[in-house]
Design a protein around this ligand. Structure first.
Ligand code: ADP
Length: 483
């Protein structure tokens, strides 16, 4: 890996401001999904290391919380600036361990940095209230105080942004964290920690525990009474485990779990806008985001035209190693991810779906998959129920609005939905009827630090980003004063 600043490539865990090995010296390999090659071996920590990290985080949190919000904000601002200044190196690290094209990595880094900047500003705007008392001899107020030390577990699909979106609001609020990054992508997390240190984030405030035994690390975080909150992005299955494990210590939870995003295109849509939106939503990160369109519902009148044009655009996607110029789509993260995509495509074809383009392994081999468009999809297929997490656009046909809304809501998930229409009444009607935390209208991209991100139903709890995001890391204390 050729970096301008090689010291950003770290292979030790980061606890109490120190780079540490596992006590028993164990390591695990991090591989490049584009070619399967070993990039580096990283410290493989266990549950005891989690306890050590919490030991360090508890006193560090107390002095961090006592640091003026303005100082915390300035440190976060410095961290943001360092992330931006080091974008090129961070992008190489990210693409090498995760596979997404360099341009997408740079986009993710800017997106991740925007949360650090935003929450640094928000740190200074945490305000309690003074309420009118119903009794003349009382005065009522609230303090907003940091919740304490929190545990964070993040996925591999946005190795920088998912960390920034959790750690920045927590640190802004005056909390400290013990973070476990995904085992596939620990290098971006460690590079972020290196930059956080340079920015002046004190030892113990941000701890990174790397390791492959995720269940043991997760359990140690959940079981420890000193961890007052868990924030997690990943599968619904693991989210449920963490919630269950946190029950005995009654932790506050933020969960960003799976999605099964519907994308609705009505006859009255602007077709150019709808195609563009569907391409962006479907193929970003090779289809590996929890808000990627998973079921594309298109109304009768434009179904054939939409499918034909989507297939033409999909066939033109340039698949390759994300580090190479001009590549639009990299490999899937691993064999497990690849097998799931293949199984979903095979299942759909065996039940009557037609392949307009793609449909199989890409000639690059490994975990590369062809951008795929399938028509004649129906609700008996796996793709209707489960998140495919790959570059496969399955197109379902519908006749009227009511039918489309019913199908879109016929899922346990409720993260993001998309809607394409030029009819204003329909825009409001359908946006209100969709049981999702996010509805994107006439666009395939909605994420920013300003909008609240989060789901309903089995897609999770809480909101990240926006003016609401910092509340997840604050407690409201009610103070009643007799006078
Ligand atoms: P994905 O399918 O995106 O890998 P996971 O939910 O399996 O989704 O992984 C997301 C994060 O959760 C990763 O950091 C992973 O290591 C971690 N993880 C997986 N299983 C557990 C578990 N039982 N307890 C705690 N964390 C886990």
């Amino acid at each position: 890996m050729k970096l301008k600043d090689p010291s950003l490539l770290r292979s030790k865990a980061y606890i109490n401001g120190e780079w540490v090995d596992a006590v028993d010296g164990r390591v695990f390999g991090v591989h490049n999904p584009a070619n399967g090659k070993l990039i580096i071996e990283v410290a493989d920590l266990n549950a005891d290391a989690v306890t050590h990290a919490i030991d360090a985080a508890v006193p560090a949190q107390k002095s961090w919380a006592a640091t003026p919000a303005k100082t915390r904000a300035m440190i976060l601002r410095r961290w943001h600036d360092l992330v931006i200044e080091n974008t090129d190196d961070l992008a190489i690290i990210l693409t090498t361990e995760m596979g997404k094209p360099l341009a997408e990595s740079k986009g993710e880094i800017a997106y991740g940095a925007s949360f650090i900047d935003w929450f640094g500003e928000e740190a200074r705007r945490v305000c309690g209230d003074v309420m009118e008392s119903p009794q003349v001899d009382k005065r009522l107020l609230t303090f907003k105080q940091p919740i304490g030390v929190f545990g964070a577990i993040t996925p591999w699909n946005f190795p920088i942004a998912m960390i920034a979106r959790k750690v920045a609001p927590g640190l802004a609020a005056g909390c400290a964290c013990v973070l476990k990054p995904a085992e596939q992508t620990p290098l971006s997390a460690l590079a972020l920690a290196e930059l956080a240190t340079r920015a002046g984030i004190p030892p113990g405030v941000m701890n990174i525990v790397t390791g492959i035994d995720a269940p043991a690390i997760g359990k140690a975080l959940c079981a420890d009474d000193r961890i007052r909150k868990m924030t997690f992005t990943g599968s619904t299955e693991v989210g449920r485990i963490l919630m269950r494990q946190s029950a005995s210590t009654v932790k506050k939870m933020s969960l960003e779990l799976g999605g099964n995003a519907p994308l609705l295109v009505f006859n009255d849509a602007n077709l150019d806008v709808a195609i563009e939106g569907a391409m962006l939503s479907k193929y970003r990160n090779a289809g590996q985001t929890c808000v990627c369109a998973n079921r594309i519902f298109v109304q009768d009148g434009i179904y054939d035209e939409f499918a034909k044009r989507l297939a033409e655009k999909s066939a033109a996607i340039n698949v390759g190693d994300g580090l190479d110029d001009g590549v639009d789509q990299g490999p899937l993260i691993d064999q497990q991810g690849y097998k799931k995509v293949l199984a979903h495509v095979d299942d759909a074809i065996s039940k009557g779906a037609k392949v307009l383009t793609g449909g199989k392994s890409h000639k690059m081999g490994g975990t590369f998959f062809e951008p795929t468009v399938l028509t004649d999809m129906d609700s008996s297929m796996k793709m209707f129920r489960e998140e495919t997490f790959g570059p496969v656009a399955g197109i379902f046909r519908f006749t009227d609005e009511e039918e489309a809304i019913k199908a879109a809501n016929d899922t346990e998930f409720g993260l993001a939905a998309y809607l394409f229409t030029e009819n204003t009444s329909r825009l409001f009607r359908v946006s209100e009827a969709l049981e999702y935390g996010i509805v994107a209208v006439n666009t395939g991209i909605f994420s920013s630090e300003v909008g609240p991100f989060g789901g309903v139903k089995n897609s999770g709890l809480g909101r990240e980003g926006s003016k609401y995001g910092i509340d997840e890391f604050l407690e409201i204390k009610f103070v009643c004063i007799g006078i």
